[in-house]
Design a protein around this ligand. Structure first.
Ligand SMILES: Cc1cc2nc3c(=O)[nH]c(=O)nc-3n(C[C@H](O)[C@H](O)[C@H](O)COP(=O)(O)O)c2cc1C
Length: 194
């Protein structure tokens, strides 16, 4: 399958080729427990500094109170489409190392890796994922009693692809994979003389 805006000059694993962030979630389908657990298993096996595994994940299934609390904290523009997801998650991260309570400068890096693993495993299982920065951190902190030692990083919608036609005209126009910089553009050019 060839996706718009996706051009690969080098071979990579299939899920990297096909994953993108849709908004057209199917409001009827639910994610089997086995698939949800498989996604969390993938996140669990992400590498991390000192094997700290700083990521923590709140899971809400459509219809339960976690889902409602996450949904309520989303920005209006995200809530519009993310309400149709089967699962809403919050990705959190522990800021200090457990073994000495010193700040872990890599906790966000590691939690990002875990979300990346989770999204690729979801893709492998025929699910779609869409991360969101648009939500109220204060509302999540209060709704779930998240202590200050944990960063609240991102919300994630998970589910099945539904009907693109059901999106608002604005979201319908955005419903395609985003383009990417070239490899040349992401290679850092040293400003120092050789
Ligand atoms: C941390 C993070 C925050 C994001 N926040 C939002 C958001 O609030 N709303 C939204 O519609 N998309 C959001 N996105 C989706 C990005 O816009 C999308 O991943 C990016 O354009 C790349 O497109 P692709 O995932 O389809 O490849 C977010 C993605 C990430 C990783």
């Amino acid at each position: 399958m060839k996706l718009e805006n996706r051009e690969f000059n080098y071979e990579v694993i299939d899920e990297i080729k096909t994953r993108w962030s849709p908004r057209a979630f199917d409001p009827e389908r639910t994610v089997p427990e086995e698939d949800l657990m498989g996604m969390l298993e993938a996140a669990r096996y992400a590498p991390s500094c000192f094997n700290e595994q700083p990521w923590r994940i709140i899971v809400g299934r459509r219809g339960d109170s976690n889902f409602e609390r996450i949904k309520a904290a989303l920005t209006d523009s995200n809530r519009e489409w993310a309400s149709s997801a089967s699962v809403l998650m919050m990705i959190l991260s522990v800021q200090n190392f457990e073994y000495n309570q010193k700040p872990n400068r890599w906790h966000l890096f590691d939690a990002g890796t875990a979300w990346g693993y989770l999204s690729l495993e979801a893709e492998r299982r025929g699910l779609i994922t869409h991360a969101m920065a648009g939500y109220s951190r204060d509302q999540i902190r209060e709704a779930f009693g998240v202590p200050e030692e944990l960063s609240i990083i991102a919300a994630v919608a998970v589910g099945y692809y539904g009907d693109k036609e059901a999106l608002s005209p604005k979201n319908f126009d955005k419903e395609k994979p985003s383009p990417r910089k070239s490899i040349q553009e992401i290679l850092y050019q040293s400003r120092m003389e050789d």
